[in-house]
Design a protein around this ligand. Structure first.
Ligand code: SF4
Ligand code: SF4
Length: 370
């Protein structure tokens, strides 16, 4: 629904400049920003997707976000809207990320070639109605996911305090293209965790594949979130011939070690063909195994492999003695061997600051539907 936006300045001739993401769009009257979800009405900026959802929510394992070191085994009530600040040629969720909202936020439509007549109905919820549903579902966390949550800024700022009252954690699954002022508001309202997609360390990749200027704002967001106590995990989707070189993967791992810390989980994920890159081949096991080994050599404690079976890549090992602490097969646990006070049972190493929240060993709670 239409709602006055935050974080914009009025320039001359009724133009406005949006500071919600690092695109910092300059928007003339009657037009929308790059995300298509913020529109200038007579010199005032409005979001069109406040409380506009693609569905009333679904229950996912938190590992699907992916978050492995935050409330392991919890359920994540997952919600999405439409739009994105990027235009990734490989987007797996392009049917929502590349849609535009109508002016009242009740419908989505496409301007993509060949899809001009396609429409979708969006569900409207108030923050209170959403939180009631999350409480009823018994999920411990809520994840803003599938499309880009940073462009849902006002909605997230209103929902998060209500979730806090119910002791439900808030998670962003994001491209990280934030600004200092938008990040500050998200930190202050109390976002608990974020999975940030670092797609590449190269500005050329960001320009060519994602349609934005630089990786720099993404790295700054990750640092800022981590510094102010948000639990951060990184995802790197490895695409053959685009970002799969040993040097680039090493550069990413070194950056994480030096800027976020060795205990920051990094998920290397396998690409499968989608959207504007249907004929590019899938990421091989060999490449992902190489990434896993590079990460370990760089000193990262918790590298993970996603979207492909890898014998070690789903497991959590003790950083000190390599004891298997949490074994996983897909989104299920095969083993949990960690003390109640989060120590390695083999060497006593403390994981108190590395694995956040309770570990849900009760499978029945896990896939509770509502
Ligand atoms: S949220 Fe980002 S992409 Fe959307 S209008 Fe604002 S600056 Fe532009
Ligand atoms: S940032 Fe994510 S949701 Fe947005 S276009 Fe890229 S892959 Fe899709």
């Amino acid at each position: 629904m239409k709602h006055l936006a935050r974080l914009w300045d009025k320039i001359d001739d009724n133009k406005v400049k949006c500071h919600v993401c690092a695109n910092e769009c300059l928007i003339t009257p009657g037009n929308v920003g790059i995300c298509r979800t913020r529109k200038n009405f007579d010199g005032k900026l409005f979001t069109l997707i406040y409380g506009s959802l693609i569905s009333s929510g679904s229950i996912d394992p938190i590992e699907k976000k992916p978050l492995y070191n935050f409330w392991p085994g919890a359920t994540a009530y997952s919600i999405a809207s439409i739009g994105c600040s990027f235009r990734c040629a490989n987007c797996q969720n392009w049917s929502i990320s590349q849609a535009s909202p109508s002016d009242n936020g009740k419908n989505g439509f496409y301007t993509l070639e060949g899809l001009e007549n396609r429409r979708m109905s969006l569900i409207e919820l108030s923050p209170e109605e959403l939180v009631k549903r999350v409480v009823k579902s018994k999920a411990k966390t809520l994840a803003y996911t599938y499309n880009e949550p940073l462009i849902w800024h006002e909605w997230i700022l209103d929902v998060t305090p209500l979730l806090k009252r119910e002791n439900i954690k808030s998670i962003l699954v994001t491209n990280g293209y934030s600004t200092p002022e938008a990040s500050k508001e998200l930190i202050e309202v109390g976002i608990d965790a974020a999975n940030i997609d670092v797609k590449s360390m190269s500005d050329t990749f960001y320009k060519k594949i994602c349609g934005v200027k630089s990786v720099k704002p993404v790295l700054e967001t990750a640092k800022r979130f981590k510094e102010y106590g948000i639990h951060v995990e990184i995802t790197n989707l490895i695409i053959p011939d685009l970002n799969d070189k040993k040097e680039e993967i090493k550069q990413l791992c070194d950056w994480v070690v030096n800027n976020l810390g060795k205990d920051t989980p990094v998920h290397f994920s396998a690409y499968h063909p989608d959207f504007k890159m249907p004929s590019r081949k899938r990421t091989s096991y060999r490449t992902l195994d190489m990434a896993y080994n590079i990460a370990r050599e760089a000193g990262l404690y918790f590298p993970y492999i996603g979207n492909i079976h890898h014998e070690k890549g789903s497991n959590t090992y003790c950083p000190q003695c390599n004891h298997l602490l949490i074994g996983r097969e897909g989104y299920s646990f095969t083993k949990i061997d960690i003390t109640e006070d989060k120590k390695c049972p083999n060497c006593g190493y403390s994981l108190e600051n590395a694995i956040i929240g309770e570990i849900n060993k009760n499978r029945k709670d896990r896939f509770a539907f509502f």
